[in-house]
Design a protein around this ligand. Structure first.
Ligand code: NAP
Length: 327
């Protein structure tokens, strides 16, 4: 089998960390390189990558394009898992990838299913990158994954799962809790990516990779049944989400550089798309033209949500963004 040389951007992040693990598990298929910005090159997290056998390439993705072309030379696949604030810098990276002859570019998608055009600002920034890739005629694959299990489970009164929760308390039910949502264990993203980038069927396609599809009512029922505790729910109506989304968008417009305003606006866009519109489903993904990774790889067993909750209740969960980085 030919070994693909893969260059990963964002290897020290949450999504990138999962992808890195997926690639390093398959050394017969991949030679793994990480693209690191100069200001992070001496960080312990980057040293830890090198200690795991990852080849480090240092360049500024917002710097001169010739340097980027150099850094991308000889690379077969570029995968970007960059933070959402840096999304648009991928435009230049894609241009450099085309010039360097990269055979497949995986832009930073890895979010829920949503249409372009004003539903989610995050999605629209990603779409700007996808349009640029298509204009370049650069081979690509877009991989979306639904919402992480790690930020989808409710907290319980005893505080038993607080150690693994990012938001505490997390007991909100949106729009009656009936909307189905595509979900994934963050740790499965990398395992899926390793399959998808070897597969010629996924070239120039969008792919949805996921573990479960559940409504909030089903999620709360699973947590209550497995923990034996009763969760007091906080209900939010569609009108309240729409009003809060407008307020958050206005706050961001007033202070576009504020990370907090950016985060709040992104959360409200997610709530609007997932619960008011009900976008984040495999059926809508199929309508938008996505391939379904579960159909492409019937032998692949992703972790189910119930199994994940079982682990969290048994102290085997892990909090995401321990370094307080929130996208
Ligand atoms: N589906 C979901 O539920 C979900 C949840 C959260 C996020 N996401 C999406 O996943 C994607 C990745 O987010 P994340 O939260 O996983 O990322 P993250 O943990 O914040 O990590 C971001 C990575 O990007 C790197 N980076 C940032 N700016 C850079 C720059 N200018 N040059 C080079 N590298 C840079 C960081 O490297 P340094 O070490 O140098 O800082 C880090 O490795 C985003 O598109 C986000 O929207 C999806």
């Amino acid at each position: 089998m030919t070994v693909q040389r893969v260059l990963l951007l964002g290897a020290t992040g949450e999504t990138g960390g999962s992808i890195l693990q997926g690639l390093l598990t398959d050394t017969e298929s991949f030679e793994v390189h990480a693209l690191v910005r100069p200001s992070s090159a001496t960080k312990p997290a980057v040293k830890a990558l090198a200690d795991r056998g990852v080849n480090i390439r240092v360049a500024d993705i917002e710097g001169p394009i010739e340097d980027l072309v150099d850094v991308l030379s000889g690379v077969d696949v570029v995968i970007s898992a960059v933070s959402s604030e840096t999304e648009l810098a991928q435009i230049q990276l894609a241009t450099a990838a085309k010039e360097a002859g990269v055979k497949r570019f995986i832009p930073c998608a890895f979010i829920t299913i949503a249409p372009p055009g004003g539903v989610m600002a995050l999605r629209d920034r990603k779409e700007e990158v996808y349009q640029h890739i298509r204009k370049l005629y650069l081979p690509y694959t877009i991989i979306d994954v639904g919402y992480w299990y790690q930020i989808s489970f409710p907290t319980i009164p005893s505080g038993r799962v607080d150690y693994a929760a990012t938001i505490k308390p997390n007991v909100t039910i949106h729009c009656g809790g009936k909307a189905s949502n595509t979900l994934i264990d963050l740790k499965d993203i990398g395992r899926f990516v390793a399959r998808i980038i070897k597969d010629p069927r996924t070239l120039n396609k969008s792919v949805l990779a996921y573990g479960d599809v559940l409504s909030e009512n089903e999620i709360f029922e699973i947590m209550e049944r497995l923990s034996g505790e009763t969760i007091e729910r906080n209900h939010v109506t569609p009108q309240e989400i729409i009003a809060e989304r407008a307020q958050c968008a206005a706050a961001l417009e007033a202070d576009p550089k504020s990370r907090f305003a950016h985060m709040m606006a992104t959360i409200q866009d997610y709530n609007y798309s997932k619960y008011v519109r009900g976008d984040n489903t495999p059926q809508y993904a199929a309508y938008l033209g996505y391939l379904d990774a579960r159909e492409l790889y019937p032998d692949f067993r992703p972790k189910g949500f119930e199994e994940f909750i079982h682990d969290v209740l048994n102290g085997k969960g892990e909090q995401v963004y321990k370094q307080a980085r929130v996208q």
